[in-house]
Design a protein around this ligand. Structure first.
Ligand code: AMP
Length: 172
């Protein structure tokens, strides 16, 4: 974990003043760190019978795909509105300014699925809470929530359902 931590780049004042952005591109470009991420993420879910990993656009696509591959599960993208070509369901959620929407294909998840929802960073939790509602409405057997990084000072866990099993590889 120390090796991954050493590869994370803090970028000050991105995307706006006062934000310290946890940049994972410096982890993903490093072959050893990428390998460790895949292994460490998958170890969390090895014995759980996971059938689908849902990655949240767009930084959640990277770790989510790796996790799905490692687990022998399928990958499902949760995307910004208007990006998915077939029949979708949508969930609106509040942002700091205004609202946002995420969508997934209606046929992406079914009642036999055991799902891991994945994003790179847990900040306020608004995005993941919306993704959870979306996936929950498709009635899978079980939903796990996963992040590479959790920014605990922002208390994003409070925005997530109390009964959800939330796991982060690295907590700041
Ligand atoms: P949230 O506030 O938890 O809904 O976070 C929204 C999205 O912004 C997440 O998908 C994260 O990838 C990203 N994000 C928020 N804050 C940061 C940060 N400090 N560093 C990197 N990514 C962030």
């Amino acid at each position: 974990m120390d090796y991954i931590k050493s590869r994370i780049r803090d970028v000050n004042d991105f995307p706006s003043p006062g934000i310290v952005f946890k940049d994972l591109t410096t982890v993903f470009k490093d072959p050893r760190a990428l390998h460790i991420i895949g292994w460490d993420l998958s170890q969390l879910y090895r014995d759980k019978g996971v059938t689908k990993v849902v990655g949240i656009e767009s930084r959640g696509f990277i770790g989510g795909s790796i996790l799905a591959f490692e687990l022998g599960a399928g990958f499902v993208p949760a995307r910004k509105p208007g990006k998915l070509p077939a029949d979708t369901i949508r969930q609106e959620y509040a942002k700091e300014y205004g609202t946002d929407v995420i969508e997934i294909h209606r046929d992406a998840i079914g009642p036999d699925d055991i799902v891991v929802l994945h994003d790179d960073v847990l900040a306020t939790g608004g995005t993941m809470a919306a993704a959870y509602k979306l996936v929950k409405s498709l009635n899978p057997k079980k939903i796990y929530i996963n992040f590479i990084i959790e920014l605990s000072a922002l208390n994003g866990r409070a925005a997530l359902p109390a009964d959800a099993e939330v796991t982060s590889l690295i907590v700041y």
